[in-house]
Design a protein around this ligand. Sequence first.
Ligand SMILES: [Zn+2]
Length: 250
Amino acid sequence: MVIFNTQGIVLRTSRYSENDVILTIFTRNLGKVSAIAKGAKRNKSALLPSAQLFAYSNFTLKKQRGMYRVSQSEIIKSFYDISYDIDAFSYASYISRLVENSLLENQTNRKLFNLIVKTMYLLSQKDVDKEFITAAFELKFSDCMGFRPITDRCSVCGDESDQRAIFNIEEGGMLCKKCAENFSGNIRLDATTRKLMNYILSNEIETVSRAKVNKVLTKELSKLMKQYLTAYVSNLNMKSLNILDDLHKF
Ligand SMILES: [Zn+2]
């Protein structure tokens, strides 16, 4: 038996038996793991607070016969407020499913781990634009996963002088006017959206969250990022993450 101590955030909970829960945890040191939290559903269980969706905790995990078991946990932040706000809950659910779908078991990604913790913190706050935070998360997520789009120069020839905002998903970034002529599927964005993308990629998400961004730009970025992620994350089915669409039906 091997024992691990690591911080982690719960991406998914599924009931295993009356009192036991299987947690999908994105951990700092072990990447994404599934772990059984035995007895976590009992009222007095010490594991109960950490066995909730989005809970951020210090976990002690025991590995035996290829299976992790949560033996101890200590909550750092429950992010419980997220569950009381339907908007925040939907965005947080989308983000956790996106991360869960994109990582392999035991794939570590510390940069992404730090990003998701900070983003959950922001979504638990009252006076933040949650739609914008989510779009900024999507862009920074692509950077953490190794397919950061090129937004500060032409992704084909490297030209920095042409600051038009022509984006090409397959080429992975902006195109100058000349290069754009050679590609199809170009997406014309507002020039401010390009500046916004540069800003998001070169600042921490807490700093980014303080920017006042108009809804039209947020929607443009959000739509672009969904197309971009669909192209770059293998087997990503945005439809299956359609929590956001459901949200907008309310
Ligand atoms: Zn070019």
